[in-house]
Design a protein around this ligand. Structure first.
Ligand code: ADP
Ligand code: 5GP
Length: 188
């Protein structure tokens, strides 16, 4: 599927490292484009509109829903997140490899809609303690938000067996290598 419209949604419990892993994949020898989602959450740190996300208002997002512009959307941690249809269609039409940093349900929805193009990857933290450590170390959320993110963990883990691949994100370079191997060998 590489070079033929591969969609690679990577999902994980918040803090596991999916943004970091996506960053490594974007630096790899495979030419990926990053799927820029729309969100109503505020930019975090040095995030730039149009690069990490299209940061939009709640009104704009709800207009996109009504106008059927989103291929999938979810309310995650009290904010809307969604993928524009045009982003995926362009990747498929132009046979690009598209990397999606997306929540668990969103990833499975993409697979349902584009089964032949999609390989889903779920990243697991080595342990719950390590996950909490990573979330705190990132330092971008207050304690209440961290607790909200952790509360989603059991449901996310339960759904994770529907993914094509589950990888424990222990050592960053090993995780990246495993994902590259999977897609280069063209499994699933
Ligand atoms: P997510 O996008 O899944 O919420 P991030 O990519 O923001 O998670 O990573 C959360 C924190 O964990 C960051 O501080 C990041 O540097 C760190 N991290 C990511 N992957 C690893 C890893 N394999 N080993 C140790 N720390 C990691
Ligand atoms: P964050 O606020 O940490 O950037 O993202 C919160 C969650 O929303 C993460 O699990 C992230 O992968 C997910 N997410 C980001 N973009 C999308 C999207 O377009 N659709 C869905 N369903 N989830 C998304």
């Amino acid at each position: 599927m590489i070079g033929n419209g591969l969609l690679l949604p990577i999902a994980a419990p918040s803090g596991t490292g999916k943004t970091t892993v996506c960053g490594e994949l974007l630096k790899s020898d495979i030419c990926f484009e990053f799927s820029v989602s729309c969100t109503t959450r505020k930019p975090r740190g040095a995030e730039i509109d149009g690069i990490e996300y299209h940061f939009v208002t709640k009104e704009t997002f709800e207009k996109y829903i009504i106008e059927n512009k989103l291929v999938e959307w979810e309310m995650v941690f009290e904010n809307y997140y969604g993928t524009l249809k045009s982003t995926l269609q362009e990747a498929i039409d132009l046979k690009k490899n598209l990397l999606l940093d997306i929540d668990v349900k969103g990833a499975l929805n993409i697979k349902k809609m584009f089964p032949d193009n999609t390989t889903t990857v779920f990243l697991l933290p080595p342990t719950n303690e390590e996950l909490i450590k990573r979330l705190r170390k990132r330092g971008t959320e207050d304690e209440e938000t961290i607790q909200k993110r952790l509360a989603r963990l059991p449901e996310e883990l339960q759904i994770s067996d529907q993914f094509d691949y589950r990888i424990i994100n222990n050592k960053l370079n090993e995780t990246t290598e495993k994902i590259l191997k999977i897609i280069k060998e063209g499994k699933k």
